[in-house]
Ligand binder design. Structure first.
Ligand code: ATR
Length: 277
């Protein structure tokens, strides 16, 4: 890219029509009066490599990467950040001025920032966290909880082997709890996170009793449709601080926007309305 050209960024996925990222970055470009563009790009897996190699030559300064490319793109970058390595997936590409490509993962960062903004009294060191689910989102969240200083992370997943896989990757501070014992293990948890798709519009409900959970525990859900899931509603009724999942999506976008367009953007109420609208 020449110094005068208008910076371009994209979200690359397959399919991509439902992505909220163009709306999100478009809001910030408008808010800060930045001359730049952010577009959705539908790229089939077999075309990913050629597309990524061409993009820097077309004025692109970076991209977000989503399903199904988050793991395969790792082989196509020059440098992986520590979080991308630990999480085993990339969601943010930066096309550097020297022609190299950096792959980062900002999902864990987005999760923690959302928790800190939504529950300002939350402190990582207070006690163990319970993570429900063991998919890609859980991997980013377990990494970020440990990095933030949570002393122990319990993982409970319908398919136990996937929870054991996460446990093996993240070491001794992580332990597996049987799916049917998750509710009773909540007594120990100071943080509860749902990373499964349960509770989302059109999916089965997440059925877990919160009876054992302390009313001081912070509860969050990565599901944001509905914004207040049944889990969050029950937690709120118990008096627990709750944080909805929309903010994780908004906060994970911050580092990319800053790297591409040179401005650290703010996650504000206007952005939430824009993305929800
Ligand atoms: P992502 O990468 O977005 O986290 P995923 O890898 O498909 O998505 O993971 C979805 C999570 O929701 C998994 O933990 C999954 O449990 P399994 O590993 O047993 O599949 C969980 N999940 C989905 N439907 C579920 C259901 N009906 N009951 C319990 N867990 C469910």
């Amino acid at each position: 890219m020449t110094a005068q050209s208008i910076p371009l960024a994209a979200v690359i996925g397959h399919p991509i029509v439902h992505s909220k990222s163009p709306r999100l970055h478009g809001y910030w470009l408008g808010k800060y009066g930045i001359e730049g563009h952010y577009v959705p790009m539908d790229v089939a897996p077999e075309d990913l490599e050629v597309v990524i190699q061409a993009m820097p030559k077309m004025g692109y300064v970076g991209a977000n990467v989503t399903i199904p490319h988050k793991e395969t793109v790792m082989a196509l970058v020059d440098t992986l950040t520590d979080s991308a390595k630990a999480i085993g997936a990339v969601n943010t590409l930066v096309f550097e001025e020297d022609g190299s490509i950096t792959g980062d993962n900002t999902d864990g960062y987005g999760f923690i920032e959302n928790l800190r903004q939504g529950a300002p009294d939350w402190k990582a060191e207070t006690g163990p966290a319970m993570v429900l689910g063991a998919g890609g989102a859980a991997r980013a969240i377990v990494f970020s909880l440990l990095e933030a200083g949570v002393p122990k992370v319990m993982i409970s997943n319908r398919t136990k082997a996937r929870a054991e896989g996460l446990c093996a990757d993240f070491g001794e501070k992580v332990e597996v709890v049987d799916w049917n014992k998750a509710a009773s293990a909540l007594g120990e948890a100071e943080t509860l996170v749902n990373t499964t798709s349960l509770g989302m519009v059109g999916k089965a409900p997440l059925e877990i009793s919160l009876d054992a959970l302390s009313s001081g525990a912070t509860v969050t859900d990565i599901v944001y449709n509905p914004l207040e899931t049944e889990l969050l509603r029950q937690a709120r009724e118990k008096g627990c601080p709750t944080v909805d999942g929309l903010g994780m999506l908004l906060h994970q976008a911050v580092p990319g926007f800053e790297a591409w367009f040179g401005k650290r953007p703010e996650v504000d109420a206007g952005l939430r309305d824009e993305v929800l609208g």
